[in-house]
Design a protein around this ligand. Structure first.
Ligand code: NAD
Ligand code: ZN
Length: 719
């Protein structure tokens, strides 16, 4: 048997660890443990204290609620304390049955205490009411089942229907005045009006209690914004570990302007102080009635709350909400069962920090501890490199997780995740699992910092990170196995080599089936290899072969664009093609030479240069030429000034004979630029049928307007 001293030491250790974690969580909004870990320690301490009541101290976390008031906030004393809710340790469906049984047992014990009729103050003087009597005679207790929202508790005080104060829970007795921040939440009514369906008028004094939370999409968007700001060097930006934490941080924010930028939501779930019925306040008899009334007064009440009769209904509810959990727009950590009758609630009362009439029945935690076994690099369709932590398998958010994204090098280094680290992993809803933080105390000495590889792990090409961007990319666009599908689709697209019939599904099959390993393989396709594919009729196979044949005769600009070089869009491809005239000249051009091309800046020049510096990319280009892809090479027109060089045209409306693309090509062939919007610098606007605002703008600015015939005449006159 363990010695007394040993048990006492263990209890004090647990208390210290829990108090520290609670301070981090409640007061600083910066938890250092996952909830599941905290709950485990909490339950260990509870068990110790139950077996050794003499070890229970008044400062034990089991005896207290929440945290202390943060400096800078005005304390608010709660007229009705804000309590915690007991968590049922049995997480199986049987947990609901246990709660139902406890409620009945307690009422039966109360009944016996009434019958004793002693003067001992622990014994009831008044007999139990009709609801309790019915339950003791075998009637179902009657419950309301609700989601347990994962945010933070708020008490909203209304006087004569006007919001006058909002306070956090604090330690349950005293919270913080956060009225300014709460006013910025649009879902919280500032003034109340009883709607048509209202059973009761709004009382002169009303405290509504509920949960402030952040929706998952709002949380993701907020973190995305923060990551961008961090990438841009903004030291004031920070990301949040989870929506609860982000919501708590926003509400307990000393600057209301910052709080106002954090998107928060609210659900009401109960009452605090209310004008008593005797003084004209609402005469509520059930929790369900309270919830319906709150809705009629303008408060958001979750659509997911249900009335339930017996334990079996609670079990069904637990399963139903569990099935919906991932798809919900917000985090929940379980469900709450509440005895519906307010008379029964009063008779059941409280024990230390928890009501006897409610229990939380939790779901598997969405955050857990695990270790990082390796950091792998994944290469996406567009060449983006993502570091991914390989984890010791861990059950989190209802599934076993073995991978978690680290987003990019900046993020991985900011969180400072290293191989061997103990980390908190989060998986909520459909969002991919994520490492939210590292426990630095558990790091092995000498673990090296993470760095991004300099070469693509898939194809070996150089990896680059452009200035101002967070992501690293593989530069082996044409060759890289990871980018094959994307490269092929782009190559075949209308403005590139325009291979009709080579769409998404077919590309998928060709690449996955290993038929196309490198881009030039498409020109090796034959009737037999195509006919072997799913759903490919002879006719469409022949059409595709014809399209492939046709695509071989192209232009240098199209070919250059088809290569899918980052930052080289159609216009840039045209500029570069016209400037150099020949592909070999482009492939051999230095960054400085590329910078000579009008409108080509350092980022584009660098990108083209790096692309052709990859031997694999050059090889693919050679193979495409060998397969018969060809174009008319021209003379470099670097310094040649074409008749329309320096002129800018804008096309608008439908021209009678020429398509937009054809008209553009005709103009560009003479050196003109074709722009999308009209400005003072526009030389001509070419307008067709149903020309709209661009034509108006041209007239307004006095820009000459041509019709198609006028444009043709202009071109013909150039000689
Ligand atoms: N990670 C850590 O270090 C750490 C530290 C302390 C506490 N915690 C976590 O905090 C929780 C424990 O604390 P608690 O005392 O705040 O109690 P609780 O959060 O388990 O339960 C009470 C709270 O539930 C909320 N709630 C959500 N939906 C509700 C509903 N429908 N009806 C009523 N209330 C609803 C209210 O905010 C209420 O204050 C645990 O989940 C624990 O893991 C974590
Ligand atoms: Zn690669």
């Amino acid at each position: 048997m363990k010695s007394e001293a040993h048990v006492a030491a263990q209890a004090s250790q647990l208390r210290a660890a829990l108090n520290r974690a609670a301070h981090q969580y409640y007061t600083l909004d910066a938890p250092e443990l996952p909830d599941a870990e905290y709950d485990k320690l909490f339950q260990q301490l509870q068990a110790l204290e139950a077996a050794h009541p003499e070890l229970r101290t008044p400062d034990s976390p089991t005896q207290r609620v929440g945290g202390t008031v943060l400096d800078g906030f005005t304390p608010v004393r709660h007229a009705v304390p804000m309590l915690s809710i007991r968590t049922e340790t049995d997480t199986t469906p049987a947990g609901a049955e246990k709660f139902d049984q406890q409620v009945r047992n307690y009422l039966a014990a109360e009944q016996r205490r009434t019958e004793l009729k002693t003067t001992d103050p622990r014994h009831r003087a008044t007999p139990l009411g009709p609801d309790a009597t019915a339950v003791l005679a075998g009637a179902p207790v009657g419950y309301v089942a609700e989601p347990k929202f994962d945010g933070l508790a708020i008490s909203l005080r209304y006087e004569n229907g006007v919001l006058v104060q909002a306070a956090t829970r604090g330690d349950g007795e005293t919270g913080e005045d956060v009225t300014q921040n709460i006013r910025t939440i649009r879902q919280i009514p500032l003034t109340l009006h009883a709607g048509k369906a209202a059973e009761f008028a709004v009382p002169p004094l009303l405290e509504v209690r509920g949960e402030v939370y952040m929706r998952r999409d709002d949380f993701e968007a907020l973190n995305e914004r923060m990551r961008e700001r961090l990438a841009a060097g903004d030291k004031g930006a920070k990301t949040f570990v989870n929506p609860r934490n982000a919501a708590a941080g926003a509400v307990r924010q000393l600057d209301p302007a910052i709080a106002a930028q954090r998107p928060l939501s609210f659900f009401a779930y109960g009452l605090g102080e209310v004008t008593p019925a005797a003084d004209g306040g609402p005469d509520f008899t059930s929790h369900w009635q309270v919830m319906q009334t709150l809705k009629s007064w303008g408060f958001p009440v979750s659509e997911l709350i249900r009335q339930a009769q017996a334990a079996s209904d609670l079990i069904a509810y637990h399963a139903d909400i569990a099935a919906q959990r991932d798809a919900l727009p917000f985090d929940i950590d379980g469900v709450v069962y509440k005895v519906d009758s307010l008379a029964l609630q009063r008779e059941l009362g409280f024990v230390s920090r928890e009501p006897r009439w409610a229990v939380a029945h939790k779901y598997p935690a969405q955050e857990q501890l695990t270790t990082v076994q390796a950091i792998d690099i994944q290469v996406g369709r567009t060449g983006k490199l993502t570091p991914v932590a390989k984890l010791a398998p861990v059950f989190v958010g209802g599934v076993t997780v073995t991978n978690a994204t680290l987003h990019n090098e900046l993020e991985a280094r900011r969180k400072d995740v290293r191989v061997g680290d103990t980390v908190i992993v989060r998986r909520a809803g459909d969002v991919i699992p994520e490492v939210v933080s590292v426990l630095p105390d558990k790091r092995a000495p000498g673990a090296p910092e993470f760095t991004m590889p300099t070469h693509c792990p898939v194809c070996g090409s150089d990896v680059v990170r452009e200035e101002g961007e967070a992501d690293h990319r593989c530069t082996g666009g044409l060759f890289c196995g990871a980018q094959r599908k994307q490269a092929l689709l782009h190559f075949a697209s209308r403005r590139a080599l325009d291979i009709e019939g080579l769409g998404d599904k077919l590309v998928e099959q060709l690449v996955d089936g290993g038929v196309v390993k490198v881009l030039p393989d498409v020109y090796k396709l034959g009737l037999t290899s195509l006919a072997a594919l799913d759903r490919m009729a002879d006719k469409s196979a022949q059409n595709l072969l014809d399209a492939l044949q046709k695509s071989k005769q192209t232009t240098l600009a199209r070919f250059l664009y088809a290569l899918g070089i980052r930052h080289v869009g159609e216009t840039t491809a045209k500029d570069v093609a016209r400037h150099f005239g020949q592909l070999d000249a482009i492939m051999g051009a230095s960054v400085d030479q590329l910078l000579q091309v009008p409108d080509v800046g350092p980022v584009v020049a660098e990108s083209i240069h790096t692309f052709f510096a990859q031997p694999h990319n050059r090889e693919v280009v050679e193979q495409l030429r060998a397969a018969g892809v060809t174009w008319n090479e021209g003379e470099p027109v670097a310094n040649a000034v074409l008749p329309l060089t320096g002129k800018t045209f804008v096309l608008t409306g439908t021209l009678p004979t020429l398509s937009r693309d054809d008209a553009k090509a005709l103009l560009e062939a003479q050196g003109a630029k074709v722009a999308g919007s009209v400005s003072k610098k526009t030389s001509y606007v070419v307008a067709g049928e149903e020309a709209g605002s661009k034509l108006d703008k041209a007239r307004e600015l006095g820009v000459p307007v041509l019709d198609e015939a006028g444009m043709q005449a202009l071109l013909a006159g150039l000689g």
